[in-house]
Design a protein around this ligand. Structure first.
Ligand code: AMP
Length: 287
């Protein structure tokens, strides 16, 4: 049974979190989040708890990764609940800065991970999205100085961008990518699932069925992109879902694959009702 540690602390400023972490036992694990915690976040927190002496969770809805017209204003926020759940998962320190603490007047720097930032979500949401992600993650890594930082496979492109950035900039941190937590019908857990009404929530499971159908073909030896994509599109069409993209890519480079010759990532994004959802699966051809 998990128990809230009496010692969970919330830091709001960079100076405060640095002071709190100055003498804590290492290793330190960091789980960056935008809050509205669900079982996906909690699975990351548990992995961090199991492997580290100190666990830090950041809670920051990062304006820099939202484009104009996206859901920055309506993004679900409930710090009290998030802090309680974090405590139950064994988090030691919550870092919950205000926007002005992260982006003070005159802030002028951005990190750009070329190549990995442009396709898929970069093409759908604009190249600035991953610039915003990379920049805020770099700041969080500099502020918290964790030994390990945890990210979810659900946001596979984000994980790829962060991994590349940490390598390219020689950041002394291990990047761990953790499996996607799913609802019983396969829908990947997401804070944005809160936007789905009953009927759309049922339809949304079509994303997972589409990915599963495509992965099953890859695992059965199908090599042709068109055939694999068509199987996924049939499942999407069955739920009346028109994808922003359905892509079959190299899991590391995110380059499109036309003939499967090794592991591939099948990635999908779609607007369902009021929610824009993404998901992916990695599949390998038979040996
Ligand atoms: P977010 O709060 O959406 O920025 O997510 C914070 C972290 O949790 C990111 O590394 C996400 O990839 C990860 N995450 C989100 N949903 C899931 C999920 N269903 N399973 C595992 N990790 C997830």
């Amino acid at each position: 049974m998990t128990q809230q540690r009496a010692t969970i602390k919330t830091a709001r400023t960079i100076a405060e979190v640095r002071a709190l972490l100055a003498a804590v036992p290492r290793p330190v694990g960091l789980v960056p989040t935008m809050g509205a915690l669900h079982e996906g976040h909690l699975s990351l927190l548990r992995l961090a708890r199991a492997a580290n002496a100190t666990v830090v969770m950041s809670l920051f809805v990062n304006p820099a990764q939202f484009a104009a017209g996206e859901d920055l204003a309506s993004y679900p926020r409930d710090e009290e609940r998030d802090t309680r759940l974090a405590g139950e998962a064994g988090v030691d320190v919550v870092f919950a800065p205000a926007t002005a603490e992260m982006y003070p007047e005159g802030f002028a720097t951005a990190i750009e991970v070329a190549g990995l930032s442009e396709p898929l979500e970069g093409s759908a949401r604009g190249a600035a999205h991953f610039r915003g992600v990379a920049t805020v993650v770099a700041k969080l890594l500099n502020i918290v100085a964790p030994d390990v930082a945890y990210f979810g496979q659900k946001d596979a492109q984000q994980a790829a961008v962060v991994r590349r950035m940490a390598r390219d900039l020689d950041m002394p941190v291990a990047i761990e990518v953790c499996p996607t937590a799913r609802a019983p019908d396969g829908l990947a857990l997401s804070s944005r699932n809160a936007y789905l009404d009953g009927e759309d929530r049922v339809r949304a499971a079509g994303l997972w069925r589409a990915l599963s159908a495509a992965a099953a073909l890859v695992e059965a030896g199908e090599r042709e992109r068109g055939v694999i994509a068509a199987a996924a599109q049939r499942e999407l069409a069955g739920e009346g879902i028109r994808a922003d993209y359905l892509a079959i890519v190299d899991p590391d480079t995110l380059v499109e694959v036309t003939t499967v010759a090794g592991p591939v990532m099948i990635a999908v994004a779609a607007r369902i009702g009021a929610a824009r959802l993404i998901d992916n699966i990695v599949a390998s051809p038979p040996a």
